[in-house]
Write a protein that binds this ligand. Structure first.
Ligand code: KG4
Ligand code: ZN
Length: 354
């Protein structure tokens, strides 16, 4: 079972070919055309510019993904079993380019179309190269990206339930805004991380204090806008902050990571899950990966931790292919005319009792 997947929900034009064999998802090609350089000048993604770039890049990116997988547009119809597409959530004008291209190709090649939720794609990044039958459910996925922060409970690979989410900014958004305050540039996550690492290399102690929001609450929700405001006030009140940028970056990164990890551990314990996944662009953060691993081993030694490979953390189409293969295997395809881009595409929200 081999499919092509397309992802254009934000500012990455991506296509990938993947197949399912012997209980494993194998990636044959994974092409990502990033627009970071273009949006950097604006300090964030400009939707209109992102859409124009997607239009320019989409066919070359698809051709390259097919080519690297030993296919081309002529053979795709016979060699593929389906076409997966990110249906949402995301920027409407970005999603439209991918969705309408995928629909045209599905009709041309006479292939079933598999609509994929972007967050489910991020989570499915953890399934790549792993023996699927060895995954132990229920699982809990901490999904952290520029647009989302959610704890997703899964009873099986096709059953998803949000048990906690951010009430305001997403974790990645918080990194981006903090980097802006610290004048580190865009995208904020990797910049904060590099800056924090410079501090951590030579120091272990700091006198700077930032809040760790929501830890006293018993639910699994997050809130990061107060932390960003606390950083704003700390910088305003510190005349020497520009000599301590790395230190502020370190404290900010640690605060975000600790809140994410402690809430995840609490939910994993209460909901008695067998596996914890990390997913989304912020899953590239080394500090977060390390703290989650250390705390999980200490507090829940029997729970397995799966971390996505770095190439599958920030937006890519390999993860959409992984989610698409699982849906295709279960027969979850959709008639072409019913698949519409969904900028606000909700996942079921269930507030778990504790
Ligand atoms: O998943 P993603 O590519 O796009 C969305 O679905 O939103 O995530 C992008 C987000 C950005 O906010 C970026 O700052 C953050 O992921 N990010 C990181 C790191 N690399 C990317 N955040 C923290 N540490 C990183 N190393
Ligand atoms: Zn994403």
């Amino acid at each position: 079972m081999k499919i092509l997947a397309i992802e254009t929900s934000c500012d990455e034009t991506a296509a990938a070919v993947a197949h399912l064999t012997n209980d494993r998802i194998i990636i044959d090609s994974n092409i990502v055309a990033s627009q970071i350089d273009i949006h950097q000048a604006f300090g964030g993604v400009v939707p209109e510019i992102a859409a124009r770039e997607h239009v320019r890049q989409i066919l070359p990116v698809i051709d390259q993904a097919l080519h690297q997988a030993g296919l081309n547009r002529k053979t795709a119809g016979q060699k593929l079993s389906g076409l997966a597409i990110t249906q949402g959530p995301g920027l409407m004008t970005s999603l439209l380019v991918g969705v309408e291209t995928a629909k045209s190709l599905a009709l041309t090649w006479n292939l079933p179309l598999i609509p994929v939720h972007h967050i489910i794609g991020h989570i499915a990044a953890n399934f790549i190269n792993r023996q699927l039958s060895t995954l132990e459910f229920p699982t809990l996925a901490l999904t952290v990206s520029g647009g989302h922060t959610a704890l997703v409970l899964m009873k099986n690979p096709l059953n998803y339930q949000i048990v906690g989410q951010t009430l305001d900014d997403a974790a990645g958004e918080a990194f981006d805004k903090a980097a802006n305050l610290l004048q580190l540039g865009y995208p904020g996550g990797p910049k904060i991380s590099a800056s924090a690492q410079k501090f951590a290399q030579y120091n272990k102690e700091t006198l700077i204090k930032l809040p760790k929001p929501m830890l006293r609450r018993t639910d699994y929700h997050f809130s990061f806008s107060g932390l960003k405001t606390a950083l704003l006030y700390a910088l305003r009140d510190d005349p020497h902050w520009q000599q301590k940028i790395d230190e502020y970056a370190y404290v900010f990164e640690l605060s975000v990571a600790e809140v994410l990890v402690r809430k995840t551990i609490k939910a994993a314990l209460d909901l008695k899950v067998k596996t914890v996944f990390l997913a989304g662009g912020v899953a590239a953060n080394q500090q977060l990966r390390q703290i989650l691993e250390q705390v999980l081993i200490k507090k829940l030694p029997t729970v397995k931790l799966l971390l996505p490979e770095m190439a599958y953390t920030t937006d890519n189409a390999a993860m959409i292919a992984a989610a698409g293969l699982i849906k295709l295997q279960a027969g979850q395809t959709a008639p072409v005319k019913t698949v519409l881009a969904q900028p606000n595409f909700p996942l079921p929200l269930t507030i778990a009792k504790n």
